[in-house]
Design a protein around this ligand. Structure first.
Ligand SMILES: O=C(O)C1=C[C@@H](OP(=O)(O)O)[C@@H](O)[C@H](O)C1
Ligand SMILES: C=C(OP(=O)(O)O)C(=O)O
Length: 467
C-alpha cells in the first residue's frame, strides 16, 4: 500500500492503494470468508435463543465484530472455540451464550453496518433498561425511521433526535407486546428482517405488512425467514408483502456460514476483466444470498460460468459486453457490475436500485462521479446508471467509506494503468485482508499471455443500443 501523508482533498492520502494491473490471464482459487448477512442473522438469533449456539466459519469483519460486540454489551456471551479443520476458513468458531435477561443501560456502536443499526433496535426493546445506539458519521444519515416507528407501534419506547436516524435510545422494558404493524420498507429490506428476527420473542409475535413501492433486496428477507425456520420459529410468508412470525422459543443453532457470495463478486468479475479463470470453492448449490445472481450476470456479460460440487469457476474470454439488468433484488452487487460495465465494449443499463442512495453512501452518485473521473461515460438516472463504452484513464478513485466502491476501483485497476483506490481499508467492513486476497489472485496470472483489452481501449464496434 502506498501512503502519502499530509496530502489535501483530491490528492492521494494515507490509505491509498495502487490497484494492481493484471499481468496476464488469471488462474486463481480464492477462498472467501463467511457471509456478512448470514453471520449477523445467526448472531442475533443465537442471542435470543433458549440455549447455546455454535456458529462455524463465521465472518470476522468490521460489521460482524460490531454485532458480536454489541451483543456482548447486552450480556450475551460470544466466545471463540477451535473450529473443525473442515470449517477453518473464518478462524475459530463462535459459541453464543444467551443471558437470562438482556442487560440495559449500555451503549452500542453500529459503525456503518446496516445490519447492526437496523437489526439491533428490535432486540434492544427486550433489554432491561436503556440501550443507546450510535454509529459512524455516515451512519447517521442512513434511513431508520420505518423500523423505529414500527417498534413504537408494537409497544416500544424509543427516543431519537427527530431525524429518524441514529443516534437513538431504545428504552428496553424487558418485554415487548408485539402484534401487527404496517411499514414502508421500500428504502431497505432490513426494516422487515429486523422485526422478523426478534419477533418470535415478542408476546404476540409479529405480523409485518409492507405498504409502499416494492421492497428491495427480497432474497435477504427470504434469508431471514429461512434462518428463523432453521431455529424452529414458525413463519408465514405465503402472502406477498406480509410476514408473520408466531411467538415461540428460538432453538439453539449449530450452523456453518456459507462463503459471502457478494464479496466473491469482484474476484469473479476479475476473470472477465482480465481473462483467465477464478474459482470460488464452497459455492452453495442452494442459497438465499443475493450474490448468487453474479452467476447470471457474468454469463450475460460474456463469461463461461460453471457450478459443480467443488465450487464456482468463472472464465473470461475475449468478450466483455454490457448488460441491461434490474438489480432491485441484488442491489448490493451494483458497484461490482458498474465497474465491469465501464470496461465493457457495449452499453449497459443498471436499473431498479434507487434505494442504494441510502447504502454506505449514495452509490449512484458515487459511481457516476468516480467512473466519470476515470473517463467513463456514465449517466445517473433516478434509479440506476447508464454506462457507455469509453477509454478509461488512471486517477484517484474515491470510496466514500464504502467497501464496495473500493472493490469496484480494484476491478477497474486490472485493466487501467494508474488507478489509485482511496482508503482501501474500508473493505474491512465485510472482508478482512481484501488487498492480500486480491494480490494472491493476481499472483496466479500468466504473464506470457495477453490480458483481455490490455491497453484499456475499446473496439468502438457497439451500435449504441443496450442489450
Ligand atoms: O439484510 C441484509 O443482510 C442486507 C440487506 C440488503 O439491504 P437493502 O435492503 O437495504 O438493500 C443488502 O443490500 C445489504 O448488503 C445486506
Ligand atoms: C448495503 C450494504 O451493507 P449494509 O449491511 O451496511 O446495508 C452492503 O454491504 O453492500
Amino acid at each position: 500500500m502506498s501512503a502519502h501523508p499530509g496530502a489535501r482533498d483530491g490528492e492521494p492520502t494515507d490509505g491509498d492503494w495502487t490497484a494492481p494491473r493484471a499481468t496476464g490471464p488469471l488462474d486463481a482459487t480464492v477462498v472467501l470468508p463467511g457471509s456478512k448477512s448470514l453471520t449477523n442473522r445467526y448472531l442475533v438469533l443465537a442471542a435470543l435463543a433458549s440455549d447455546r449456539s455454535r456458529l462455524r466459519a463465521p465472518l470476522r469483519s468490521r460489521d460482524t465484530l460490531l454485532m458480536a460486540q454489541a451483543l456482548r454489551t447486552l450480556g450475551v456471551g460470544v466466545d471463540d472455540v477451535p473450529s473443525d479443520p473442515a470449517d477453518a476458513v473464518g478462524g475459530p468458531d463462535w459459541i453464543v451464550s444467551p443471558p437470562d435477561a438482556l442487560r440495559g443501560d449500555v451503549d452500542v456502536h453500529c459503525g456503518l453496518a446496516g445490519t447492526v443499526m437496523r437489526f439491533l433496535p428490535a432486540v434492544a426493546v427486550l433489554a432491561d433498561g436503556d440501550v443507546r445506539m450510535d454509529g459512524d458519521p455516515q451512519a447517521r444519515v442512513r434511513p431508520m425511521s420505518p423500523v423505529v416507528d414500527a417498534l413504537r407501534t408494537l409497544g416500544a419506547s424509543i427516543d431519537d433526535d427527530g431525524t429518524g436516524c441514529l443516534p437513538l435510545t431504545v428504552h428496553g422494558a424487558g418485554r415487548m407486546p408485539g402484534g401487527s404493524v404496517t411499514m414502508d420498507a421500500s428504502a431497505s429490506s432490513q426494516f422487515v428482517s429486523s422485526l422478523l428476527l426478534a419477533g418470535a420473542r415478542y408476546e404476540q409475535g409479529v405480523t409485518v405488512h409492507h405498504d409502499g413501492k416494492p421492497v428491495p433486496s427480497q432474497p435477504h428477507i427470504l434469508m431471514t425467514v429461512e434462518a428463523l425456520r432453521d431455529a424452529g420459529a414458525v413463519v408465514d410468508d405465503s402472502e406477498p408483502n406480509t410476514w408473520r412470525v408466531e411467538p415461540s422459543e428460538i432453538n439453539a443453532l449449530d450452523v456453518s456460514v456459507e462463503p459471502d457470495l457478494s464479496n466473491a463478486g469482484p474476484f469473479l468479475a476479475a476473470a472477465l476483466a482480465a481473462g483467465g479463470s477464478v474459482r470460488v470453492p464452497g459455492w452453495p448449490q442452494h442459497t438465499t444470498q443475493a450474490g448468487d445472481l453474479m452467476r447470471e450476470i457474468l454469463d450475460a456479460m460474456g463469461a463461461d460460468v460453471r457450478l459443480d460440487r467443488t465450487g464456482l469457476t468463472v472464465t473470461g474470454g475475449d468478450e466483455l459486453v454490457g448488460i441491461d439488468i434490474d438489480l432491485h433484488d441484488a442491489a448490493e452487487l451494483t458497484p461490482t457490475v458498474a465497474a465491469l460495465a465501464a470496461l465493457a465494449s457495449t452499453p449497459s443499463w443498471l436499473r431498479g436500485v434507487a434505494h442504494i442512495r441510502g447504502h454506505e453512501t449514495d452509490r449512484l452518485a458515487a459511481l457516476s462521479a468516480e467512473l466519470g473521473r476515470l473517463g467513463g461515460d456514465v449517466e445517473e438516472t433516478d434509479d440506476g446508471l447508464r454506462i457507455r463504452p469509453a477509454v478509461l484513464r488512471g486517477g484517484r478513485f474515491r470510496t466514500y467509506h464504502d467497501h464496495r466502491m473500493a472493490t469496484a476501483g480494484a476491478i477497474l485497476g486490472l485493466r487501467v494503468d494508474g488507478v489509485t483506490v482511496e482508503d482501501v481499508g474500508t473493505t474491512a467492513k465485510t472482508l478482512p485482508d481484501f488487498t492480500g486476497l486480491w494480490q494472491g489472485m493476481l499472483d496466479g496470472a500468466d504473464p506470457s499471455r495477453p490480458v483481455v483489452g490490455r491497453d484499456g481501449s475499446r473496439d468502438g464496434s457497439h451500435d449504441g443500443t443496450v442489450r
